[in-house]
Design a protein around this ligand. Structure first.
Ligand code: GLA
Length: 733
């Protein structure tokens, strides 16, 4: 990493390339970080503190950013650090720091002064700003990085920390980003949950003090709280109105996000790896790079924020975000652990009969000494179970292929049951306290991924599956246990454990992707316990929840959709819930469609419906996956949920409508206003995905202008007899 104390000629030349170059004067430096709609403006003061002087809608004259601070007459920033771009600890800070250190000599103070900055263009859309800060007393530096995705209004921010002191420095805290927002009030929408109850929203006004969203679970870090959140300014943003910031940490382990309403009534957001139990010893010249904190700001409500984030994800983050996905039949809920070759052969035939692309064999196919016939044994022993699969996975892959479908498999490679050969052979690979009683989550323990030997083992599970079965077309990567009794027999410094675990996980995933770059993989974690944008670089989709009751899923998928695109959401039709098959399939279509039902037991009409639904899905999936999503009717606000996916040309779309309240006379009494259409264009709306022998009440012969559909709206005629209605929309040329 190259540090530069002064602006080099190269940097100045680069700056000149930018539409809005940094303004340099004798006293201060102004650095506008601009996207298509917004600006985050950093400015140094006389003492070289780097603060955020503006974060909001872009101004037409960038020279005016510097005029903004004088317009605020708030008092009380005694330490001149409340708006710090990266608050150091132990000097003048009176608020939560972004970074806290113990120097080699035992001193706990840190100050960070501006030294230089550099803006580099990576592509037409992307640029990278780096700002070098240095302590005037200690040989200690931080570089703040801002990766700017101009069109998508997204910024990824992280920091790199380094020192040249005469001995090790301990990083007590090491945030990725430190933001500062001004507003009359701040409204936080955050999420909580548990197994089968993921993504439950709560929205409240932030009061003075610190509100923390964090996790200490180690693995499946999101079980109780994910790192995604949103903050509305002034009042809670609606779908189409209000200023709202979305944030998320790109890290699959412990995180901590502090939202501090400071004494001057402004909001400080400090986000990063959780420093809980994790003081980090940094050697001289070693660079500690934090994960990225991701944020996007919208001045026109939550819908626009989601669309820009979803677009960003598909374009830049999610593995194969612009690609295709496989529909599938999974056997988990139809067989659980109870299957053999004959039963699977039937399921393979059912896969073909149903019309999906792939059969996914779930848990229970492995282990011999302690067979995996329930969740109490066998995890870690990844050899095919000889009595269930005497001819191995290879025979199944072949049989699937000759039957015209693909084959995928479930693994949970980070975990071990104490009742396993792996545990017997490598007790030192297991995370547990040497002197304490073991404590289990789903009867299992977590392997120590900080240990390179364990990384090799975990990589080897995947690698040998692919080597033995080159036709293997899909992996479901599960992770069911949290970390208790955090202790690594491999690490010298136990304080590094939580961080090294996640680094180890990413090293394995890097290796898997280097050799198998395209094979689709589902990120699953005992339901939806693990999804974030660092992990999604390696995965094509995630499992939102084991709760597949479609009524519950309408709400959950709604909340997930604020942050993740539909193409990444694996939605399966199962026997959870009491709704008819049509309702279940319609809900699962709002993402990546799969099934986990006993096809052979489906009544003829249900089967026919599913087969036709899959054909319909195949014809519209590109719009669901790549189109723009408009949330039209909020299920938490009324009796109806409605979501539109519209292609970029505004010519074709598909609207999913559901009745979420079955009280007497409930239905779509009012029309639902569409969004995103061309007001001058004419559209035809046709109900699709009808159950066999039912007729639509919607007249497909009528045409409406986009103006009418967005002003008056359209009524899908939801009522007790029609609880789920899918409408296809086509522009009439
Ligand atoms: C987790 C997953 C399920 C299933 C089981 C298998 O709970 O979320 O989908 O794969 O594990 O044990």
């Amino acid at each position: 990493m190259k540090y530069n104390a002064r602006l080099s000629c190269y940097a100045i030349a680069l700056l000149a390339l930018f539409a809005i170059p940094a303004v340099l004067t004798a006293q201060f430096v102004t650095i506008p970080v601009e996207t298509a709609d917004n600006a985050l403006v950093l400015q140094t003061d006389k003492k070289k503190n780097t603060g955020i002087i503006y974060f909001g809608k872009k101004l037409s004259d960038p020279a005016e950013y510097s005029l903004a601070p004088a317009m605020y007459k708030e008092h009380g920033d005694y330490g001149s650090l409340l708006n710090s771009a990266y608050t150091p600890s132990g000097s003048r800070n009176l608020a939560e720091p972004a970074i806290a250190v113990t120097h080699a000599d035992g001193n706990n103070s840190l100050d960070l002064q501006y030294v230089s900055h550099e803006q580099r263009k990576i592509s037409d859309d992307i640029s990278l700003l780096s700002v070098l800060l240095r302590d005037p007393v200690y040989d200690f530096e931080v570089i703040l990085y801002y990766k700017v995705y101009y069109q998508e209004n997204v910024i990824e921010q992280w920091s790199a920390i380094r020192h040249q002191e005469k001995g090790d420095v301990t990083l007590q805290k090491f945030a990725s980003a430190n933001l500062y927002l001004k507003g009359e009030s701040f409204w936080l929408r955050q999420y909580h949950g548990d197994w089968a109850h993921e993504m439950q929203p709560e929205e409240a006004r932030l009061t003075h003090g610190i509100k923390t969203i964090d996790t200490k679970l180690g693995t499946r870090a999101n079980l109780f709280e994910p790192s995604v959140f949103m903050v509305s300014l002034g009042k809670p943003a609606t779908e189409d109105e209000g200023t709202v910031l979305y944030g998320a940490l790109e890290w699959s382990g412990n995180f901590k996000i502090d939202l501090e309403l400071d004494p001057t009534d402004n909001l400080r957001i400090i986000a990063g790896i959780n420093n809980y139990a994790s003081p980090y010893t940094l050697k001289p010249n070693e660079v500690f790079t934090t994960p990225a904190f991701l944020y996007t700001l919208s001045g026109s409500g939550k819908g626009a924020a989601s669309r820009q984030l979803q677009q960003w994800a598909r374009k830049y983050k999610l593995l194969d975000g612009k690609g295709s996905r496989l529909t599938l039949l999974n056997n988990w809920e139809s067989t659980y652990f109870d299957f053999n070759e004959t039963r699977l052969a039937d399921l393979l035939k059912d896969t073909k009969k149903l019309g999906v692309d792939l059969f996914l064999l779930d848990d229970g196919w492995f282990a011999n000494k302690y067979p995996r016939n329930n969740d109490r044994a066998g995890l870690g022993d990844w050899q095919e179970n000889k009595s269930k699969l005497p001819n191995g996975v290879a025979a199944l892959v072949k049989e699937a292929q000759s039957g015209g479908v693909k084959f995928g498999i479930w693994v949970e490679p980070e975990m071990v049951n104490p009742k396993s050969e792996l545990y017997e052979q490598h007790p030192d690979w297991v995370i547990k306290q040497p002197k304490r009683e073991e404590y289990y989550f789903r009867n299992q323990l977590v392997l120590d991924l900080s240990n390179p030997k364990v990384q090799d083992f975990v990589y080897g599970i995947l690698d040998s599956l692919f080597i033995k079965n080159p036709g293997l077309a899909y992996i479901k990567w599960d992770c069911n246990s949290v970390i208790y009794n955090a202790y690594s027999a491999h690490l010298k410094n136990q304080s590094h454990f939580y961080i090294e675990y996640v680094r180890g996980l990413y090293k394995v995933l890097e290796r898997v992707r280097a050799k198998y770059p395209t094979v689709p993989m589902m990120l699953c974690s005992g339901g939806g316990g693990r999804v974030d944008y660092a992990a999604l670089q390696y995965f094509t989709e995630f499992w939102p929840s084991d709760n597949t009751d479609p009524l519950e899923r309408i709400f959950m998928q709604w909340e997930y959709s604020y942050f993740y695109p539909a193409i990444s959401s694996a939605n399966h039709v199962t026997d959870w819930g009491k709704q008819p098959i049509k309702f279940r399939v319609d809900v699962a279509m709002m993402g990546k469609l799969g099934f986990d039902i006993v096809v052979s037991k489906l009544p003829a009409n249900d089967l026919q419906f599913c087969q036709e639904a899959i054909q319909l899905y195949n014809s519209v999936k590109s719009i669901i996956w790549q189109g723009n999503q408009y949330r039209l009717a909020d299920p938490t606000a009324g009796s109806v949920a409605s979501v539109l996916y519209l292609d970029e040309a505004k010519a074709s779309g598909i609207i999913f409508n559901y009745l979420v309240n079955n009280r007497y006379r409930e239905g779509s009494l009012l029309p639902i206003r569409l969004k995103g259409l061309d007001p001058a264009a004419k559209y035809r709306l046709k109900e699709v995905n009808l159950y066999p022998d039912t007729k639509s009440t919607i007249d497909a012969g009528k045409t409406y202008t986009g103006d009418f559909l967005m002003t008056v709206g359209f009524n899908p005629d939801l009522r007790a007899a029609r609880t789920s209605v899918v409408v296809q929309l086509e522009q009439v040329k």
